[in-house]
Write a protein that binds this ligand. Structure first.
Ligand SMILES: [Zn+2]
Length: 474
């Protein structure tokens, strides 16, 4: 084949690779805290609806056992059950460290000793990418010695629109910080504490929560506009979900804990209203357990080893020796005379429908107009790893359980621009070697050919001379 043809074909292959490959994938994971799965049916939500229409929605997301904020957000980030990532509740006792963890204490949330597993931003950065986290459980501690590339310390009063502006700037690769660095962020996480706050304060069925659902939809609309302004709307894979749902409370459905505990027999009691972690003194396990069984039908009382396996809540020394799990919509007060502390709560078993959060996803990786059956939140980490082309750390999720959400099945997933660039560089180098080899060979071949011609013409001249000599003799 002629050299110009080979070069033209090679250039065509490179062009096709670049045209058909995807841009470097980007993911934005958003949480609206306490956004129950069926809140979407309460009020017009045109922006969520827009994403669902051209993206995917799950009927609900299956949260993990203790339906609290810290365990569930950290499960979304790591793909691990609570017993494996170690954030077993918003507040817990660690017998090995002989220390308490509380989600309200700055020193605890910023201390790496409490955080197990590998959150998605660490996976992303270990594999050479950059991440931006605008508030997420675990992001303020160095996990495996790594902070997010850029992140914010939690401040619940930080204006919502400014959070969105910042995240969009990150994804648009605009200069970040005083040094005006270009970080090329491929993974961003964004958190809003509503409608959880209003769900607790006014109850999940209140008009205030309905109004707040509208505000969550509006800020989503603002985000979509900002992404469109930067031509990112079609490029960013957006996942919008939550940590848990919310249940209505009633003063008539309260049960007291302290009448069932002899406090001289216990070291620690952590009552979180929808359950309680009990640490009996040495030798009092059975006695404390039997006393607690008298609470009656309003709560399940388990020794750690008897907690049903499907909750994935046994295998961690931070899980208490005796666990009280209150049943649906009952509330565990210390004493019955205590005032109802709020009108809505979560933290119940993840088998209750009211505890399930919503799940929406939209972007080049996702199908259009799909309503999926529910799946567990442990799969979200695998899903993000897959979209970003990351090798996941060991986790409890599986891409097999969420691959039906994806436009391209894992085996036929299109190559990224980065991979295409590598392929083109390889083709270019091979071509260069081929061209050099061709020219070298052609040059040598040409030299030999001209020598051959000179010899031949010499012989011809000799023959001609011989012929003219013979002719002159005649
Ligand atoms: Zn929460």
């Amino acid at each position: 084949m002629h050299m110009p043809c080979i070069i033209v074909i090679t250039l065509l292959i490179c062009c096709l690779l670049f045209c058909h490959c995807q841009k470097t994938p980007k993911v934005l994971l958003i949480s609206f805290d306490g956004f129950r799965w069926n809140y979407l049916n309460r009020i017009d939500t045109p922006n969520f609806d827009k994403l669902i229409k051209s993206g995917v929605k799950a009927k609900w997301l299956q949260d993990v056992f203790v339906s609290q904020t810290f365990p569930n957000h950290y499960t979304l980030a790591t793909g691990l059950y609570e017993e494996n990532h170690g954030i077993v509740a918003n507040k817990f006792y660690d017998p090995k460290l002989n220390e308490f963890f509380s989600y309200h204490v700055k020193e605890d949330v910023t201390s790496s000793k409490f955080w197990g597993g590998e959150p998605i931003w660490v996976t992303n950065q270990i594999q050479g990418r950059t991440s931006g986290v605008f508030f997420w459980v675990g992001s303020e501690a160095p996990i495996k010695g790594i902070f997010p590339t850029v992140y914010k310390n939690y401040n619940k009063t930080f204006p919502w629109k400014q959070r969105v502006d910042t995240v969009v700037e990150w994804l648009a690769n605009k200069p970040v910080g005083q040094s005006n660095q270009l970080l090329n962020i491929t993974l961003a996480l964004l958190y809003f504490a509503q409608p959880d706050i209003d769900g607790h304060k006014y109850g999940p069925e209140s008009p205030e929560v309905t109004e707040m659902i509208g505000q969550c939809d509006s800020i989503t609309g603002y985000l979509l506009d900002k992404l469109s302004e930067d031509n990112l709307y079609e490029d960013v894979n957006i996942i919008i979900t939550s940590d848990h749902g919310m249940a209505s409370l009633d003063k008539k459905r309260t049960v007291a804990l302290l009448p069932y505990i002899n406090i001289t027999k216990v070291d620690h009691i952590i009552n979180y209203y929808t359950g309680a972690a009990i640490w009996p003194k040495k030798g009092y396990l059975d006695s404390v357990y039997e006393d607690l069984l008298k609470i009656g039908p309003y709560a399940s009382v388990w020794k750690r080893e008897d907690i049903p396996a499907h909750f994935h809540y046994n295998n961690n020394n931070r899980i208490p020796p005796v666990l009280v799990a209150v049943k649906d919509k009952w509330l565990l007060l210390n004493n019955t005379s205590d005032e109802l502390p709020m009108k809505g709560d979560h933290g119940y078993s993840n088998s209750l429908m009211d505890m399930h959060p919503f799940f929406i996803a939209h972007g080049p990786a996702f199908k259009e107009g799909l309503v999926s059956e529910p799946f567990s939140s442990v799969n979200v980490y695998e899903l993000i790893c897959h979209i970003l082309g990351l090798n996941p750390a060991p986790n409890n999720g599986s891409i097999e359980r969420v691959k039906h959400l994806l436009r391209h099945q894992p085996s036929s997933y299109p190559i990224t621009r980065q991979t295409a660039k590598l392929i083109c560089i390889s083709i270019g180098l091979s071509m260069a070697i081929f061209v050099i080899a061709f020219i070298t060979r052609h040059f040598h071949h040409g030299k030999n050919k001209s020598h051959e011609y000179f010899v031949q013409s010499g012989e011809e001249r000799h023959d001609e001379a011989l012929l003219s000599y013979q002719q002159s003799e005649e």
